[in-house]
Design a protein around this ligand. Structure first.
Ligand code: 5GP
Ligand code: MN
Length: 354
C-alpha cells in the first residue's frame, strides 16, 4: 500500500523525535546531577518561560538545577514562578561561571548561535558536559550532543511542552509550569497572531488549560502591566520617531539613550514597539534601533513570505532569528546605522523585486 508522502515525513520525524527522547532520558538518568539551563541575552518571555518550566521538570527528577541568563530579564516577567532563582551572569559572574563549570549536563534554550550567551559562551564551549539544545530558530549549528531544533514550531516553550509530554507526561505539568509555558507561547506568537499556529499547538494549549492555566491571568501579567512612562515612550516613538521608507513598504523607529532616559526607560520598555509599523496596510518590514552604551540593538520584523528578516539580519547586522522576527547589532553611530539601513533596504528590496 502507498501512503501519501506527508505521512511518511511525519512518521520519520516522529521516530527521530522519540529516539532523541530516549537519549534525553538516558542523560537525565541517575540522581543528583548538576544541571545548568542557559538561555540568550535580552531574555524574552519564551526564553524565560521555557527555561523555568524545564527547570521544574529536571528538578522533579532529583537533579540540582540552575537557570542562567546573560543579562537581566524585563520586569514584565517578574511574576513568573521560579524567576527569583534565575542567575543573571552580568550581575553574579562568578556564580554563573561556577554553575557552568560544575555542570554535569547543560541545556541551551531558545537560541541557535552560542555567541548569544555573551560572556557565558566561552565557559559553555570549554565544558565537557553533554550539551542539549531545545530551540525553534533556523539554521542551528552542530555543536550539540543532542538537538531538539524545530524551526516550524512557534516557540521554544511549545517544543519544551512536547518534550515534557514525552519524558514525564502532561500530568507532570503544574499550574506554575503551565503559566511559564503559556507565557512563552503567547509572547512568541504575538498572542496567537503570527505564523506557526497549528491545531497541534492549540491542543497543547488545551493541555495547559487542563492543568489549571488561566489565560487572562498570564495575558494581564504580561500585556497589561506597563508603566505610564513606557506607554508614553510608545506614543513618542510612533508619533515622532517612526519613519516610513520605500513607498510605505518599510519603516523604522530609532531611540537614542538620551530619549530613553527622558522617558525613564526601564529594561524591556521597548519590547513590542517594532511590531506597530506593521499595522500599516502594505507594510512589509519594520525595524527598531535602540542605542546602548556599546552598540545599537537592531530588531526586525516582517509579515508574510516576501521579506525574510532572518536573511536580512544575517547579511547586514551580523545577527539572525526567524523569517518574520530577527535581530542583530550595529557598531556604527545611530545616524550611520540608519543610513546603512536605508541603503541595505534599497538593495535587499531590489533583489526580491519589491
Ligand atoms: P528581538 O527583536 O525580539 O530582540 O529578537 C527577535 C528574534 O531575533 C529573537 O527571537 C532572536 O531569534 C533573533 N535575534 C535577535 N537578536 C539577535 C542577535 O543578535 N543574533 C542572532 N543570531 N539572533 C538574534
Ligand atoms: Mn523563542
Amino acid at each position: 500500500m502507498r501512503f501519501p508522502n506527508v505521512f511518511a515525513i511525519f512518521a520519520i520525524e516522529m521516530v527521530e523525535f522519540l529516539e532523541k527522547i530516549e537519549r534525553l532520558k538516558g542523560l537525565l538518568g541517575g540522581e543528583n546531577k548538576r544541571v545548568a539551563i542557559v538561555t540568550h541575552t535580552n531574555p524574552d518571555g519564551d526564553a524565560i518561560g521555557s527555561s523555568l518550566a524545564w527547570a521544574k521538570i529536571v528538578g522533579s527528577l532529583g537533579h540540582e538545577v540552575s537557570v542562567l541568563v546573560p543579562n537581566r530579564y524585563p520586569s514584565f516577567l517578574d511574576w513568573m514562578s521560579g524567576i527569583e532563582s534565575v542567575i543573571i551572569a552580568k550581575e553574579s559572574p562568578e556564580l554563573a561561571v561556577e554553575k557552568i563549570n560544575s555542570a554535569d549536563l547543560i541545556f541551551v534554550m531558545d537560541l541557535n548561535k552560542i555567541d548569544r550567551l555573551d560572556a557565558m559562551s566561552e565557559h559553555l564551549l570549554a565544558s565537557s558536559a553533554p550539551r542539549v539544545l531545545i530551540d525553534h530558530h533556523l539554521m542551528p549549528p552542530d555543536d550539540y550532543d543532542l538537538q531538539f531544533s524545530y524551526p516550524q514550531d512557534c516557540s521554544t516553550a511549545y517544543v519544551t511542552y512536547k518534550i515534557i509530554e514525552a519524558v514525564a507526561g502532561v500530568d507532570a505539568i503544574s499550574v506554575e509550569m503551565a503559566e511559564n509555558l503559556y507565557a512563552g507561547i503567547m509572547t512568541d506568537t504575538g498572542n496567537f497572531a503570527f505564523s506557526y499556529i497549528t491545531p497541534e499547538l492549540m491542543r497543547a494549549v488545551a493541555g495547559l488549560l487542563e492543568r489549571g492555566l488561566e489565560i487572562p491571568k498570564v495575558y494581564n501579567a504580561v500585556y497589561n502591566s506597563y508603566s505610564a512612562s513606557r506607554v508614553k515612550l510608545l506614543g513618542y516613538s510612533l508619533g515622532r520617531k517612526m519613519e516610513i521608507l520605500h513607498n510605505g513598504k518599510a519603516a523604522y523607529i530609532s531611540l537614542t539613550e538620551k530619549e530613553m532616559r527622558r522617558h525613564n526607560f526601564q529594561l524591556g520598555d521597548s519590547e513590542g514597539f517594532v511590531n506597530y509599523p506593521l499595522t500599516i496596510a502594505g507594510m512589509k518590514m519594520s525595524a527598531l534601533f535602540i542605542e546602548t552604551r556599546k552598540f545599537i540593538r537592531v530588531s526586525l520584523r516582517s509579515r508574510g513570505d516576501e521579506v525574510d528578516v532572518n536573511i536580512f539580519a544575517r547579511r547586514y547586522f551580523g545577527g539572525g532569528g526567524h523569517k518574520n522576527a530577527a535581530g542583530g547589532k550595529s557598531f556604527l553611530s545611530i545616524d550611520e546605522t540608519i543610513e546603512y539601513f536605508k541603503k541595505s533596504v534599497a538593495e535587499f528590496f531590489a533583489e526580491i523585486g519589491l
